[in-house]
Design a protein around this ligand. Structure first.
Ligand code: NAD
Length: 278
């Protein structure tokens, strides 16, 4: 099979969680640009509706759904609606996530008194795990349910957004975020093992620092903080979201047909260590 033909996803359908902004929006654009029908889901109904409409206006086939990934029944509903609209589900991105804040370091590089384990707010911990870890479980659970029932094609591809924080101690993000993403990584590995027999591949993308609205968009609002981050990354800059699209298409399409259980870093070399200490 010719190389570029393996990236062809025309006629397939994809559902993305957390698609109103940032990396999830880039996944949704990528799926649409490559010819798939796409459902953009988000807890932000207005944002998901706006971005789906924008894609439709640009000539793509897109729709939106509303769900909080920490609620299993809401996740199940958007998958059922997607299958009803598009006749099946070939590709799913378990992407929605957030940093609840209170990292060990503040963004300004000071030690954060509220970020230490002995005083860490348990409700922040439960919220982070509920979205970043339980939300991925809910999405993979429902994606595998509908993919096992796929009628036109056997199997599917599930892509999870992990983080470089699954691998390294990134003490500027809250400690539950690192715990959740490490949990995501190992859950992904088991899901890949279990679902291989059904032709369903499961992989994770582990981004380093991308310019998005995460953390209330603090790097967008604060050029000094962004400049400080740029200096930490070995390639010399934070990433823009379009840079994740080729990797997303590789994993989602038949081009990644022999890839499952992979935790793929796209981090400008951050895993190698920051260029200077935080
Ligand atoms: P973002 O804030 O730009 O986008 C996240 C989207 O998820 C938003 O539209 C938000 O409304 C939605 N969302 C939040 N909570 C939700 C919930 N409970 N249910 C459904 N949707 C919800 O942030 P982003 O940076 O694009 O984050 C996307 C993913 O990338 C997250 O899993 C994040 O952990 C991961 N990530 C981001 C970076 C980075 O540097 N930006 C690095 C590593 C990993």
């Amino acid at each position: 099979m010719k190389t570029l033909d393996q990236f062809d996803i025309k006629g397939r359908s994809a559902l993305v969680t957390g698609a109103a902004s940032g990396i999830g929006l880039a996944y949704a654009e990528c799926m649409a640009e490559a010819g798939a029908k796409v459902t953009l889901t988000d807890i932000d109904a207005e944002g998901a509706a706006r971005e789906a409409q924008r894609l439709v206006n640009e000539g793509y086939e897109a729709r939106f759904g509303v769900c909080d990934v920490s609620k299993l029944d809401q996740v199940a509903k958007v998958f059922d609606e997607h299958v009803h609209a598009y006749g099946g589900c070939d590709i799913a991105f378990a992407n929605a996530g957030l940093d609840v804040g209170n990292g060990f370091w503040t963004p300004e590089g000071d030690r954060n008194p509220d970020g230490q384990i002995d005083v860490y707010d348990p409700d922040r911990w439960y919220k982070s795990i509920g979205i970043n870890l339980n939300g991925v479980f809910h999405t993979v659970r429902e994606a595998s349910r509908v993919m096992k029932a796929n009628k036109q094609r056997r199997g599917g591809s599930i892509v999870i957004t992990s983080s470089n924080a699954a691998e390294v101690n990134e003490a500027i993000v809250g400690v539950p975020y690192m715990a959740a993403k490490a949990g995501v990584k190992h859950f992904m590995r088991h899901a890949a093992y279990e679902l291989a027999a059904y032709g369903i591949r499961v992989n994770a993308i582990a981004p380093g620092p991308f310019v998005t609205n995460i953390g209330d968009g603090w790097v967008k609002k604060n050029p000094a903080a962004k400049a400080a981050w740029d200096e930490l990354v070995p390639v010399g800059r934070m990433a823009e979201t379009y840079q994740i699209k080729p990797l997303a298409l590789l994993l989602a399409s038949d081009a990644g047909s022999y890839m499952t259980g992979a935790h793929v870093m796209i981090d400008g070399g951050m895993q190698l260590g920051p260029v200077k200490p935080l």
